[in-house]
Design a protein around this ligand. Structure first.
Ligand code: G
Ligand code: G
Ligand code: MN
Ligand code: NA
Length: 250
């Protein structure tokens, strides 16, 4: 079977699941949210990376159904946990540009009895200008419902400064490629420092992903970064891994 057909089958047969990775306050260590990350284990291929199957789902017209499954499952889990911080769901801008996206998100929140503020959408810009304008309209409506909006992968080709001007954002998420050498490299420090200032001057929370070492965390905190996500503060894992830790420090 082709990869695409296998993905379709997994979607229909409950073959996908979610992992969750904590987002953490750099000064207090408090839990600020969980990012939901989709996982697919195929019976023959083993674990297939979303970096591979998300683009495939987009091409094959499966991203609507896949995205809907992820959103519903993440909201279901947040409700089951009684999570007081938002659950963050990745959305491809292609999904957001669909006419009924706002309605579908609203219906999902209602289904699980969640407030808008309990959901964060991490948007990656892989869009034409026209799609971006459509997406911006939908996101403005969701923003009105209190849904948090984060611009994911900032600092890579996938997310640009011009997008900052077009979307009603709450958060800027700096890509991990920007901070791999931040503990040693003065130039990386200056670049990241400037991006943190940019976000803060726009009243955005700045979160850095891919933080793996205590040195990186210390430097980022000193540069004014409020939030981090990475292997240092918690690897992505199934919901059952986090359930015992929700009411204390991670
Ligand atoms: O979790 P991992 O590092 O394997 O994710 C790889 C890429 O897949 C990341 O860019 C991430 O944003 C994306 N991704 C993970 N889960 C989802 C999802 O549910 N929906 C979308 N659209 N992208 C996802
Ligand atoms: O692009 P996005 O932020 O959605 O992707 C998150 C991806 O980054 C996930 O696939 C997750 O598994 C991965 N990830 C999370 N923390 C770390 C980390 O500390 N180091 C590395 N290399 N990858 C990470
Ligand atoms: Mn993300
Ligand atoms: Na990213």
């Amino acid at each position: 079977l082709h990869l695409e057909a296998r993905l379709r089958a997994a979607l229909d047969a409950g073959g996908l699941h979610l992992h969750y990775q904590p987002q953490v306050d750099t000064t207090t260590g408090a839990l600020l949210g969980f990012e939901a990350l989709v996982r697919w284990t195929d019976t023959q291929l083993g674990l297939v990376s979303p970096a591979r199957f998300i683009p495939l789902a987009e091409e094959a017209g499966l991203i609507g159904d896949l995205g809907e499954w992820v959103l519903n499952e993440a909201c279901r889990q947040a409700a089951e946990w009684g999570l007081r911080v938002p659950v963050a769901v990745n959305v491809s801008a292609l999904e957001v540009a669909q006419e009924d996206f706002t309605q579908r998100v609203h219906a999902t929140l209602r289904r699980h009895g969640l407030d808008g503020g309990q959901l964060k959408l991490e948007v990656t810009e892989r869009l034409s200008v026209q799609d971006l304008q459509r997406a911006a309209r939908q996101l403005a409506q969701l923003h009105g419902l209190g849904v948090q909006l984060s611009l994911d992968d900032f600092g890579t080709g996938q997310s640009s400064v011009s997008t900052l001007l077009q979307l009603p954002l709450n958060e800027l998420k700096l890509d991990r490629s920007l901070i791999t050498g931040v503990a040693e490299s003065p130039i990386e420090q200056r670049v990241v420092s400037a991006l943190i200032s940019l976000g803060r001057s726009l009243n955005l929370t700045v979160i850095v992903e891919g933080v793996e070492t205590p040195e990186q965390l210390r430097v980022l905190r000193d540069l004014g970064c409020g939030a981090v996500q990475g292997y240092l503060t918690g690897r992505p894992g199934p919901a059952s891994m986090w359930t015992p830790h929700l009411n204390g420090p991670l």
